[in-house]
Design a protein around this ligand. Sequence first.
Ligand code: NAP
Length: 252
Amino acid sequence: MKTSGNTILITGGATGIGFGLAEAFINAGNRVLICGRRQAKLEEARLKLPDLQIFQCDVTSKDGRESLCNWVKNQHPSLNILVNNAGVSGLIDFKKGVPEAFKSEDEIETNLKAPVLLSGYFIPLLLGKTDAAIINISSGLAFIPLVSSPLYGATKAGLHSFSLALRFQLKDTNIKVFELMPPICDTDLGKDASDDAPRPSYLKGIPPSEFAKDALTAIENDQYEFASGEAKQLKDGSQRNFEETFQSTNSR
Ligand SMILES: NC(=O)c1ccc[n+]([C@@H]2O[C@H](COP(=O)([O-])OP(=O)(O)OC[C@H]3O[C@@H](n4cnc5c(N)ncnc54)[C@H](OP(=O)(O)O)[C@@H]3O)[C@@H](O)[C@H]2O)c1
């Protein structure tokens, strides 16, 4: 897949890995659109990258998805790549019952339902392009769940499975389906806004820009599944020795 001359929408592109990808794609000569819920973060991103096109919306709401889709169709009809990157992660203790189960809705809506429905919204537009792609950002935790975040792994496993099926369904079309599994990256993922505590050391990772650079190379080489760093260890470990990888991942 060529990595220049595209029009690319990155959900959750104002921060973290999404912003790293936005920056790498802009530097490679692409038009990049981003969306997110916080207007201030979107504007902050555009201050750093003035060529960014920004749109405020919540991808978990039907109105948010529809307004995003209409904005793209009307203002940026050249869109040929959708990056489903927006994601959330939380600690959930199911021993606490219903309140915790409701907390988990956010993860299901953001990490799984939104990418699935946005794919549905955008595929008709992408089918009209010469080259097109859907790029899903999943995780090594799709293969080995973290017990403390049971829904995160479940939603990423769902996104992995969806990516496999969609790739096969679209194989005779112009749309390529990629799945990128980042290593641990230094971002705000899972950070409680009211909590200033530093991230535990096992969550210290690489800068998102480093992952973004490797991700563009993988996309250029049509590497449809790209797992890097810890994600690769988890994916490979789940196939080689699931039990041992599960225990060591959950004993930190
Ligand atoms: N960091 C890691 O180590 C790591 C490893 C593997 C995979 N990942 C995956 O990488 C992706 C990006 O995460 P990140 O680490 O870069 O964390 P991040 O900086 O917190 O990025 C998440 C982005 O998603 C946006 N977002 C969240 N909910 C949204 C919603 N309902 N509607 C629209 N935008 C929404 C957030 O913006 P607003 O809050 O303003 O909406 C934010 O910009 C996620 O899918 C995550 O699961 C991360």
